[in-house]
Ligand binder design. Structure first.
Ligand code: UD1
Ligand code: CA
Length: 478
């Protein structure tokens, strides 16, 4: 064992994330850490918290099962450029101790040991861990401590490694895995969480002394606790009071439970900032969504991706909004589905509107029931109140689109554009066969099929003239 386990006190902490396991209990071919919960993979949640707690810390990420898939996912992670990340290969999954050893035997580990930086270990399957927890575990170790262990008390400790102490509350002696534990040891409710802070020299040397003499024939990282405890005052223990943060995800049900808790955490935070959720249990808000001020959200609302909700907006019930910007004071009514769209301030959308990608609804517009918009912009105070489809259209301000308007934007080969300038009045049941332009202030008579441009200020009538034959109905009946 090296003599000097003292780490220099002013250097940051390194972070070692164990993510090479297959996650057999997930019953899925997707590597465990890539399973999504609350809109993000488990590993992205963890990386978000690490960045928040320890910005710039060198991160060693141990990958093995599905290595290429995990690496590709991390390269696509939005904050990847802010990470000081090194991938470490664990060619065979021989246990948590073996994963850590692969890291400490790599160039990354050598650098950490050379710089005497303590190593915070995190398993990849704890998406609920908070930044506060990471900060506290990574605080400088006491002078004589070789490691800090994070434990917690669980009402049902099944499946976790048990923390065995001298007497009931004395110093920690070791951790015993469930499969190796005696009946008496299984009664212990204090469990190891797989989160530790290690003196790097101890970690490196301790890992080389692990054996596989246990029920699973694996190298257990947990065995370092017994090693450190045999040296006086070797182990510091931090008993974390918020056990729900330490829920590991080992199967799909635990993934759902983690999703529920992440969602609840997110809603609580927004509620404290002035967002009213009428039914939090049926409202799902991904962690990437932003409320800019107060808002009111009715039951059964799903907000995803980069959605931003302006101050004073009212949403729901029954909505799905993905990457949608909702302006201040806007109202999005029942049954509306929108994606990659912008809804202006004070606009009213729905009930049952469908805003497809590329839609921009201007300020104070009205988009009513059964209206579908795609790659379409509406200027200020424009109204499309009922039963219409507009695709690839540029519509000006104060335009009134009557009921049942359709842009015929597709000829079977390509898409064409419809331009409707400011102050146009479009009667009900009209079609515009694109490409076509209807000039400013023009008036289109109901039932018209517009196939040629209409100049500004003109009246366009494109339907056959009505014929009335007096008395014909009764004649016809006879
Ligand atoms: C582990 C702990 C247990 C603790 C529990 C807390 C050990 C031996 N047991 O058990 O005491 O109560 O976490 O959640 O450490 N991994 C690798 N390579 C491997 C094996 C695992 O990278 O060869 C990774 C996994 O991807 C996972 C993490 O290590 O992210 C933990 O492994 P897992 O198999 O889930 O350990 P547990 O059985 O949960
Ligand atoms: Ca686990």
């Amino acid at each position: 064992m090296p003599k000097n386990f003292q780490s220099s006190s002013n250097v940051a902490c390194a972070v070692l994330i164990l993510a090479a396991g297959q996650g057999k209990r997930m019953r899925s071919s997707l590597p465990k850490v890539l399973h999504e919960v609350a809109g993000q993979s488990m590993i992205s949640h963890l990386l978000d918290r690490v960045r928040e707690a320890l910005p710039g810390a060198p991160i060693g990420l141990v990958v093995g099962h599905g290595r290429d898939q995990v690496e590709a996912a991390i390269h696509a992670y939005p904050g990847v450029n802010e990470l000081n990340l090194t991938f470490i290969d664990q060619p065979e999954q021989r246990g948590t101790g073996h994963a850590a050893r692969c890291a400490m035997d790599s160039a990354w580990g050598a650098e950490v040991v050379r710089k005497k930086i303590p190593v915070l270990v995190l398993p990849g399957d704890l998406p609920l861990v908070s930044a506060e927890l990471i900060r506290e575990v990574s605080e400088t170790l006491g002078r004589s401590a070789w490691m800090r262990l994070l434990s917690c008390e669980l009402p049902d400790p099944t499946g976790y490694g048990r923390v065995i102490r001298k007497g009931k509350t004395g110093p920690v002696l070791r951790i015993v895995e469930e499969k190796d534990a005696s009946d008496r040891e299984r009664l212990v409710r204090e469990v190891g969480t797989s989160i530790y802070c290690f003196n790097s020299a101890f970690l490196k040397s301790g890992l080389s002394r692990l054996s596989t003499k246990n029920a699973q024939g694996e190298y257990y990282l947990t065995d370092l606790v017994a090693q450190a405890s045999r040296a006086k005052k070797g182990v510091e223990v931090l008993v974390w009071p918020h056990a729900e943060e330490l829920r590991g995800v080992n199967d799909l049900w635990e993934l759902s439970e983690a999703g529920r808790l992440l969602n609840e955490r997110c809603l609580r935070r927004w509620a404290k900032n002035g967002v009213k959720f009428v039914a939090p249990q049926s409202t799902w808000v991904e962690s990437t969504v932003v409320f800019e001020g107060t808002a009111e959200v009715e039951p059964n609302v799903l907000l995803k991706g980069t959605t931003r909700i302006g101050d004073g907006a009212r949403l729901g019930p029954h909505l799905v909004l993905k990457n949608v910007q909702v302006g201040p004071q806007a109202v999005v009514k029942a049954g509306t589905v929108a994606e990659d769209a912008i809804i202006g301030a004070q606009a009213q959308v729905g009930p049952y509107a469908h805003l497809r990608p590329g839609t921009r609804v201007g300020e104070a517009c009205k988009v009513g029931n059964f209206v579908e918009l795609k790659q379409t912009s509406l200027g200020k105070k424009t109204s499309v109140a009922h039963l219409s489809y507009l695709g690839d259209a540029e519509v000006g301000a104060r335009v009134n689109i009557g009921c049942g308007f359709v842009t015929c934007n597709y000829d079977g080969k390509s898409k064409s554009k419809t331009v409707i300038e400011d102050d146009v009045f479009m009667g009900s049941d009209c079609q515009a066969v694109a490409p076509v332009k209807i000039g400013k202030g023009a008036y289109v008579a109901s039932g018209s099929t517009i196939t040629a441009d209409v100049e500004a200020g003109a009246l366009a009538v494109a339907r056959s003239r009505q014929v009335v034959k007096p008395g014909y109905a009764s004649k016809y009946r006879k």
